[in-house]
Design a protein around this ligand. Structure first.
Ligand SMILES: [Mg+2]
Length: 129
């Protein structure tokens, strides 16, 4: 499967433009890659040449440091062959702002993805064993 994933609030807690804390995404993303799924990062982060902070590069470094390969960044590389749509194509989307995405609601911070529950759903869907 091609799985499109958001970054802030999804892979880590919300701390933009800095990188948030670990929330349990790393082992699940690792499992997905090991099972042959392809991850596509789809985020509002970007590299603004007018500003010094490259927020997209910081997110890419997060994946690199964890040895989690990305098949695509902001786009599914294969979709150019069959569509001009700017939406990154995926079989599945994991995003803290998606309706139905399981979330954890901390007392004084924005909600973030509940990866324990995501892992359970992925098993139910037979995406992971
Ligand atoms: Mg988000």
């Amino acid at each position: 499967m091609d799985i499109v994933i958001d970054f802030d609030g999804t892979c880590v807690t919300h701390n933009y433009p800095d990188i948030g804390k670990e929330i349990g995404a790393t082992p699940v993303l690792r499992e997905l890659v090991d099972a042959g799924h392809r991850l596509i990062l789809f985020t509002m982060r970007c590299n603004d040449k007018k500003k010094k902070n490259s927020t997209l590069d910081a997110a890419l470094a997060w994946f690199h440091e964890r040895d989690i390969p990305l098949y695509g960044v902001q786009v599914n590389p294969g979709q150019k062959l069959w569509t001009l749509s700017p939406k990154a194509y995926g079989d599945l989307y994991i995003d803290d702002t998606a309706l139905g995405c399981p979330l954890i609601f901390p007392e004084e911070a924005p909600p973030y993805v509940d990866w324990r529950e995501v892992r359970r759903i992925l098993a139910t869907m037979e995406v992971l064993p």
